[in-house]
Write a protein that binds this ligand. Structure first.
Ligand SMILES: [Zn+2]
Length: 197
């Protein structure tokens, strides 16, 4: 058995997504044996992110710079706005490199069951963004779940009078599948074959 400090570190690490107690124990053991090459740099990197992480006021992404790296990239097409439910989906799309516009993070999807209505999501701010006239197309990259599609319809309705082009990702995407779990090729295809709604 190890000391309570080590056990506490294992317990905290085991709470992370995809890690359980066994893999947390293995990870801590690995770090203990690689103190200089892995442990110290990891602590430094985590502390840096912890101290400097901010939510981008323009899109809702999380980054250490404000605006985020996507919004401050002059090569991105600011008139194309891709609507995603959360930062995980934004990062998944960025990883695939399929999109050269900017994003708008909703912070979830509509769900009567969970008591999430339009006011809980960044929908008004999306409408305001479109009303400035600076947006030519809104691409809805929302989950293929009932909640995701309800949210897509709600947003389409709210934007109907604005005259902005609204499209949705085409998908070979399984129902209930989340963007983060899709491979890059599938995401790139979904963007290329997006359809107007
Ligand atoms: Zn941003």
């Amino acid at each position: 058995m190890s000391s309570s400090e080590i056990e506490q570190a294992i317990a905290l690490l085991s709470k992370l997504p995809t890690l359980g107690p066994r893999s947390a124990r293995r990870a801590i053991l690995f770090l203990l044996t690689k103190k200089q090459t892995h442990f110290a740099p990891l602590i430094e990197a985590l502390k840096n992110v912890h101290d400097n992480i901010k939510t981008c006021p323009e899109c809702g992404n999380m980054d250490t710079s404000v605006p985020c790296a996507v919004c401050s990239d002059v090569l991105r097409q600011k008139s194309l706005v891709c609507v995603v439910q959360d930062v995980a989906d934004l990062w998944a799309l960025e990883r695939a490199g399929a999109f050269k516009g900017v994003y708008h993070v909703l912070g979830g999807v509509l769900s009567a069951l969970d008591g999430i209505g339009p006011d809980e999501l960044e929908i008004d701010s999306l409408v305001r963004k479109v009303e400035t006239g600076a947006v030519s197309e809104v691409i809805l990259a929302l989950p293929a779940t009932v909640e995701g599609q309800t949210t897509a319809h709600y947003i389409s309705d709210r934007l109907a009078d604005s005259g902005v082009k609204i499209s949705a990702l085409s998908r070979g995407v399984p129902v209930g599948g989340e963007l983060d779990y899709l491979d890059d090729g599938t995401l790139q295809m979904a963007f290329k074959a997006r359809r107007e709604v």
